[in-house]
Design a binder for this molecule. Structure first.
Ligand SMILES: Nc1ncnc2c1ncn2[C@@H]1O[C@H](COP(=O)(O)OP(=O)(O)O)[C@@H](O)[C@H]1O
Ligand SMILES: [Mg+2]
Length: 261
């Protein structure tokens, strides 16, 4: 579904040339996979999602989704951000209808699709509310309903639950897994800094290292539903922490590797 072929992306750095964030990155994500990306802060996780979304272009290499090179954002790829980006002047229902309307769908079928997705995300009672009246967890559910309603092939999620309290986070993780089995077979690329979240959700975990290379690529074969504190999950979390610990001790070295442009 998603293929990175020798993708490199750099950014200007404090007026001193450019710093390479993703360097010659190659990997692919099969259709329907739930891939979690872990890695130290600043290693390029959000950049990777922005490239798939088409918000950013590679400096070199190619990135394709469904065998087509990504050259712009498109309705086949949808992003959920850490802070839900709802329109404050629109109700919950209108927020979910907004993206559908832009696809040229009739008002009545937009409304029907939006209501359906608000129902499956547990928001049927809140369709007429404005975002300010909702809790953080409910706002994030609206954001999820909005992207699911677009029925994207690829769902990009950038630390979507990290701003929520632990109970809400765990509930939304369960809801996401449930939606995946019942309503959407989207390929998911899910960035997190939480080893618990990755161990609980993922079919596969990629740990990005210094220069956004793939430090580890781990298949998680445990079936769902998983136990959050089973011996298997705890073992995986310990392993992930060890891998991340190895990386964090070497990340500052990149700052010395600035390349003049
Ligand atoms: N638009 C940009 N301009 C300049 N530097 C950027 C830009 N976007 C990201 N960066 C830099 O790229 C690095 C990786 O950023 P990011 O992908 O957000 O990391 P992560 O999500 O893993 O924390 C950071 O050092 C960040 O400062
Ligand atoms: Mg980020």
């Amino acid at each position: 579904m998603i293929v990175f072929d020798k993708v490199t992306r750099s950014f200007p750095h404090n007026g001193q040339g450019r710093v390479t964030i993703l360097d010659n990155l190659s990997f692919s994500v099969p259709r329907g996979e739930f891939l979690c990306i872990l890695g130290p802060s600043g290693c390029g996780k959000t950049t990777l999602l922005n490239l798939i979304a088409g918000f950013l272009m590679p400096d070199s290499g190619t990135l394709s989704v469904r065998n087509t090179a990504v050259t712009a954002p498109g309705p086949d790829r949808a992003m959920v951000f850490q802070e839900p980006t709802l329109f404050p002047w629109l109700t919950v229902l209108q927020n979910v209808m907004f993206g559908l309307r832009r696809q040229g769908i009739t008002r009545s079928s937009c409304r029907k699709q939006a209501l359906h997705h608000l129902e499956i995300t547990g928001l049927a009672h809140a369709v007429g509310e404005y975002p300010f009246a909702l809790s953080g967890g409910m706002r994030q559910r609206v954001a999820i309903a909005r992207v699911l309603a677009l029925n994207p092939d690829v769902l990009l999620m950038d630390e979507p639950f990290s701003a929520l309290d632990a109970n809400t986070r765990e509930r939304l993780q369960d809801e996401l897994l449930a939606l995946r089995t019942t309503h959407s077979r989207a390929t998911i690329v899910y960035v997190t800094h939480s080893v618990s979240e990755a161990a609980y959700l993922a079919d596969r975990i990629i740990i990005l290292g210094d220069r956004g290379n793939i430090a580890r690529d781990i298949s998680v074969t445990a079936p769902h539903p998983r136990e959050r504190s089973s011996a298997e999950t705890l073992e995986l979390k310990t392993l992930l922490r060890t891998y991340l610990g190895e990386l964090c001790s070497c990340i500052p070295s990149r700052r010395k590797q600035l390349r003049p442009s």
